[in-house]
Design a protein around this ligand. Sequence first.
Ligand code: FNR
Length: 378
Amino acid sequence: NEIYLQGYGGTAPAFTTDATMLEDSAAKVMAPEPFWYVAGAAGSGATNRANREAFDRWKIVPRMLTGATERDLSTTVLGTPMPAPVLLAPVGVQSIVHPDAERATARAASGLGLPVILSTASSTSIEDVAAASGEGPRWFQLYWPDDPEVCGSILRRAKESGYTALVVTLDTWTLAWRPCDLDSGYLPFLKGEGMAVALTDPVFRSRLDRAPEDDLPSAVLRWIGMITGIDRAWDALPFLREHWDGPIVLKGIQHVDDARRAVDAGMDGVVVSNHGGRQVDGAVASLDALPEIVAAVGDRIEVLFDSGIRTGADVLKALALGARAVLLGRPYVYGLAHGGEDGVRHVLRSLLADFDLTMGLSGHRRVAELSGSVLRKA
Ligand code: FNR
């Protein structure tokens, strides 16, 4: 309401309320390497573009005189109540974007009651982000180390720090071919960025010959070796059940058979995601993968969605196609670049206000009212 009333009342915000413009404006306030690390995608960027184009193929058909001037957008996802069906996607190494990094993001999310999903590749420890998030809802994203005791230790810390759900990312067992980063010779992890979870873990530290304070490069390589290139199959999932007593969600699902396998493996949810087009160039747009997955498993597990969400209309469309909630990626990171915690808050509030208005003006009072019938395929 505030942004809306101020904007129409003649007071412009610090930076744009249009998330489709944020990338251009972030390019002006960020150094080139971090900017391209965030904005970049796999290969030619075809999947990154396809993610956006897929939203354009669905059109909302507004309804009138439905009493939608008053709305309640709240929902509950995997036991977590939230004021709107929006979560902050796990994004690693936020220290390359702003010195307050994940703490700023967690504070902004917590102030609005939106869940933040902390990345294993974060530049802030599990405990410090929990402190910043305070009473706010928080989930933890796992890049799964192949050392079971290190993995168990990280999961224990997350649980003890109040993270309620576990998001296991499957699509990034190694980094994709990302020409933006290859061409600038940029990988933040090699400089020790995005290593906070590992470096503060007592079991990981016990695996090292020398303290990371004395020999950072070998600690970095040891950690990268633990989380990349690991050959795992579906029969590995029970390990997570044994070490995590809350809901578990598999992130990076695009094929309907993989969604079915997630159900068979006793998982609680999936995130239909292609990592914002950062892994398989030429892969199907994430939104195009959503309806079939919802039809196959939506009555048994919770189906979340990400990759390409920028506007309120995008949120509405993903929900109408069956997502329980959406994850927002790059836009809030650009907000962080523009103004730390305030910048993230501005991006989140703009998205929530846009979604709320789009719901109202298209005639919907509650997210439960959304279904495929509110859309038409263009
Ligand atoms: C990511 N993403 C990601 N995912 C994850 O599971 N763990 C991680 O550490 C990261 N790190 C990360 C860094 C950066 C810079 C970006 C842009 C993305 C993927 C993220 O969670 C999400 O799937 C996508 O960002 C969603 O697409 P959009 O909203 O960016 O289009």
